[in-house]
Design a protein around this ligand. Structure first.
Ligand code: CU
Length: 345
């Protein structure tokens, strides 16, 4: 069904043409008169604080050749058709990662990122789809499970854009509900004193950009082990500032001191470098990047050399998703540690 305005316009046009003696237009089916359709896909969802939903909403749509797909940003992602084997994730985060449509050949590299002037809403990434009948894949280059497809066919389509949006909203609601329950379970089960902490967590869609727990107690001489539970994005476990130049592609990627993780004093800068999984190294195609030497590591252990003073804590943060403020406070993806004297037994 055409929207009312479009129907009114179509009707008005046929009446005008009929009046001009071109009544033949009345025999053209309404769907042909309507012309190309715009289809909406929301790229990710979440609360923009600590929970991301890394899925295309909807993931798979069926359209006509000549229609436009309008990708609206629901988080930081890319929309990429036919990624070249010569590019790594680092390429997509800069201007070289942008390659506008139309998709007018099956193998054409088309890619967008949510970049633009500061405004209330980032401009959508609109891609005219001008390829023969077939199935065309796209993906987010950052989030390895985030894939979608556009099927091009002629004739009747399975759903309207409005019907797609309704299904997409139901999927967002289901993902949000599942994520809320999983986050509550992780929070409940995170022990502040068992010597372990999670660095990010989630499932194949939901991503929690936080530490579990955020408040940790450990004794002098006992190892505290941080484990990366996020298959979506990399993280760091960082105490104090990260040395180096933030514009350097290698910034923060590799472990750095001078703090000694085996006998940490709680004050010297110390960073795990990026924690990530082998599957992420592969998906990001890091082997062709400036940081190809980065080794996928999913754990970082710290053993403290002395107790914190009463009322004091040691702050830590993720250098990618959190920050150290000039006054020593940490914000975003961060936490703090209380170090007790070694136990006597
Ligand atoms: Cu992080």
């Amino acid at each position: 069904m055409l929207p009312f305005i479009a129907r009114a316009r179509t009707l008005g046009l046929s009446m005008a043409l009929a009046t001009a003696g071109l009544g033949v237009v009345a025999t053209v089916p309404a769907s042909a008169v309507a012309g190309p359709t715009k289809w909406d896909i929301q790229v990710g969802a979440g609360n923009e604080v600590d929970t991301g939903l890394n899925r295309f909403y909807p993931s798979d749509i069926t359209i006509h050749r000549g229609d436009t797909v309008s990708f609206g940003w629901g988080g930081f992602h890319t929309v990429t058709f036919n990624p070249p084997a010569t590019k790594s994730i680092l390429d997509y985060l800069g201007p070289g990662g942008f390659s506008p449509g139309p998709l007018d050949s099956a193998g054409k590299f088309v890619s967008g990122v949510p970049l633009g002037p500061p405004s209330a809403e980032l401009p959508h990434f609109n891609v005219l789809i001008d390829v023969p009948a077939g199935k065309y894949h796209f993906q987010c280059m950052l989030h390895q499970f985030m894939h979608g497809s556009i099927t091009v066919k002629s004739g009747t389509l399975p759903r309207t854009n409005d019907e797609n949006i309704t299904l997409a909203n139901a999927q967002i609601a289901a993902d949000t509900k599942r994520a809320t329950a999983l986050d509550a379970r992780l929070t409940r089960h995170a022990s502040a004193t068992d010597g372990q902490a999670l660095v990010g967590a989630g499932d194949k869609v939901a991503e929690f950009v936080k530490f579990y727990p955020t408040s940790i107690t450990v004794r002098v001489g006992d190892a505290l082990t941080f484990k990366d539970g996020d298959l979506h994005e990399p993280h760091t476990v960082t105490f104090g500032p990260v040395p180096g130049d933030p514009r350097d592609p290698a910034f923060g990627v590799f472990p750095s001191g001078p703090g000694n993780p085996n006998a940490y004093d709680g004050t010297s800068p110390l960073s795990s470098g990026f924690l990530f999984h082998q599957s992420q190294y592969n998906y990001w195609n890091l082997k062709v990047s400036a940081v190809s030497a980065a080794v996928p590591r999913t754990e970082f252990s710290v053993t403290f050399a002395k107790p914190t003073m009463p009322g004091n804590v040691i702050n830590f943060y993720c250098a990618l998703h959190g920050a150290l403020l000039p006054n020593g406070d940490v914000v975003g993806m961060s936490g703090h540690i209380t170090v007790l004297p070694a136990s006597d037994d």
